[in-house]
Design a protein around this ligand. Structure first.
Ligand SMILES: Cc1cc2nc3c(=O)[nH]c(=O)nc-3n(C[C@H](O)[C@H](O)[C@H](O)COP(=O)(O)OP(=O)(O)OC[C@H]3O[C@@H](n4cnc5c(N)ncnc54)[C@H](O)[C@@H]3O)c2cc1C
Length: 495
């Protein structure tokens, strides 16, 4: 009997499903955003047994598509930036998804209910000084202000008499930069950073398909696909510690908040730079190499925020992609201190996934504040802003919204910000993003804990396609190593 029992237990242990708590996997992927989902699916498709652990109750990370208004909206990433060599764009077209262009078509409004010269504002917003980067690099605000003044002195000398307009326009340009970079002030951002645009249009929308389709495609779930048999995904599973193996025979152990732990030969960590800043000292069993710690500290993680309102039906002019809010100096001075944040809203943008919603964009410290304010205050002040800038100029009363959503990328403990940017210190630490990407090695020099995520991409950080590239980079690193490919050189990964 006892012998039988032993056989049964032993037999059960051997036949236990591979997703049992102590089952060994080839690779554990931590985080299922763009980087993690790319890495996990590339490895699973190559025959590796993969476990993906995701702290939140959904896949996507900083891509978060939600049903809202009469369609879908994006709380996180909105567009595909560039279609040349873009993995996101390539996967969309491969699956016959008709993405749509949403080029910047700006319609400016002033805080006193008047309209500035629309053609002139568009011309000035379109000025591009990126071809003439200063050497040495300097703060973006300082540089753009200088170039802007040179431009109007030469091409629009009459404008020099309207100092108020120049100040208002430059303040708007500051906000525009912050909403692109996720910075708090354009003088926190360095010129000539290492970011490179992919070729082609920079605002391509998934519209009613939603950015989430990118993940469904990767997971082989798009159009009711069957998924990937080699990939086990555990949602609501926060990783609290990664035990890095020292000896080549040891496995990587990944411990979770719910008490479970998993082992594998390798792990790929894809948590955001914000999460690394907050938790790297406890997330790893050993202190990270000094270079990696320096990079975590020095690279900036910014915040971009959205407040999304739905209405019974659209009441705003068609074919505009940004209703820009340009504050007059005197109006701004009269705003009470507690409402300062309202002066840092860039404007309103009609997202393409729904016809009756408007997104108000904000950034930096104000974006953090907007995440914390009571919902009723944010909602009512945003409606008042729409009335002040657009309603009065269009001679309409802005209707009461039917729905309200806002992002909380900074408060969210699993993101702690929106995306990384190159700050003024970036030229002093040109290798910082490389350091972020370096794996942790065992005593035989083999990479065992690897790193992916947008901030680890030297040229395409801050984007979904850039994050995806890093997931592929780490999956390929492992696959090359496993196949014993001669191109794999451990020295490439040493700090
Ligand atoms: C408001 C906003 C607008 C944006 N607009 C665009 C845009 O238009 N176009 C564009 O290309 N990009 C845009 N981005 C940037 C883009 O969304 C990100 O660069 C990209 O999605 C990051 O992917 P990632 O895989 O590196 O990180 P994440 O998406 O952050 O994925 C990391 C995952 O790790 C999980 N995690 C964290 N901690 C743990 C833990 N301890 N245990 C387990 N799991 C954990 C997180 O929940 C998350 O799912 C935008 C971002 C924001 C916030």
């Amino acid at each position: 009997m006892e012998f039988l029992l032993l056989v049964c237990v032993f037999g059960l242990a051997v036949a236990a499903p591979a997703d049992g708590p102590n089952a060994a996997y080839d690779t554990i992927v931590i985080g299922m955003g763009s980087a993690g989902t790319t890495a996990a699916t590339e490895l699973a498709q190559s025959g590796r047994k993969v476990l993906a652990l995701e702290a939140q109750d959904r896949i996507g990370g900083r891509v978060h598509t939600l049903p809202f208004g009469d369609g879908l909206v994006e709380l996180g990433a909105e567009w595909i930036h560039g279609n040349v060599s873009s993995r996101t764009y390539a996967l969309a077209t491969k699956h016959n998804i008709d993405t749509k262009l949403q080029p910047l078509m700006l319609d400016p409004y002033r805080s006193d209910g008047t309209k500035p010269d629309v053609a002139m504002v568009r011309e000035l917003v379109d000025l591009d000084f990126t071809e003439e980067q200063p050497n040495p690099p300097e703060a973006v605000g300082t540089f753009v202000t200088k170039k802007f003044m040179e431009y109007i002195t030469k091409n629009k000398p009459d404008l020099l008499k309207d100092q108020d307009f120049i100040t208002e326009f430059l303040e708007f340009s500051n906000l525009l930069t912050n909403n692109l970079e996720s910075s708090n002030d354009w003088n926190d951002v360095i010129t000539g950073g290492s970011y490179e645009h992919l070729g082609g249009p920079q605002a391509i929308s998934w519209h009613r398909h939603g950015y989430k389709a990118f993940f469904d495609i990767m997971l082989n779930k798009y159009n009711n696909g069957p998924g990937l048999p080699n990939l086990d995904i555990k949602l609501n599973t926060e990783v609290t510690r990664v035990v890095t193996p020292q000896h080549p025979n040891e496995t990587v152990t990944v411990e979770c908040k719910d008490g479970s732990s998993y082992t594998a030969k390798h792990a790929i960590v894809t948590v955001s730079l914000g999460v690394l800043k907050a938790k790297h000292t406890t997330l790893f069993s050993l202190p990270l190499p000094l270079e990696k710690q320096t990079a975590i500290e020095k690279v900036s993680m910014g915040v971009v925020g959205k407040v999304i309102l739905s209405f019974e039906k659209a009441w705003w002019p068609k074919d505009v992609t940004l209703f820009a809010f340009i504050w007059k100096g005197d109006d701004k001075k009269n705003v009470p201190a507690e409402d300062y944040w309202t002066t840092r809203i860039l404007g309103a943008h009609p997202p393409m996934g729904s016809s009756n919603t408007l997104t108000l964009w904000t950034s930096g410290e104000v974006a953090k504040q907007v995440e914390k304010l009571p919902e009723e205050i944010v909602k009512s002040k945003c409606v008042a802003l729409l009335q002040r800038f657009m309603g009065d100029a269009l001679k309409i009363t802005v209707p009461v919204p039917t729905g309200f959503l806002r992002s909380t990328w900074y408060l969210n403990p699993y993101t702690r910000g929106s995306y990384s940017y190159d700050n003024l210190e970036a030229p002093r630490y040109p290798l910082a993003r490389k350091w972020l990407s370096y794996p942790l090695l065992d005593s035989a020099g083999e990479p065992r804990v690897l790193f992916a995520g947008e901030a680890t991409n030297e040229r395409h950080f801050s984007t979904v396609h850039g994050a995806s590239e890093t997931g592929r980079r780490e999956a390929e690193r492992l696959l090359l190593m496993i196949r014993g490919d001669g191109n794999f050189n451990v020295k490439d990964f040493k700090l």
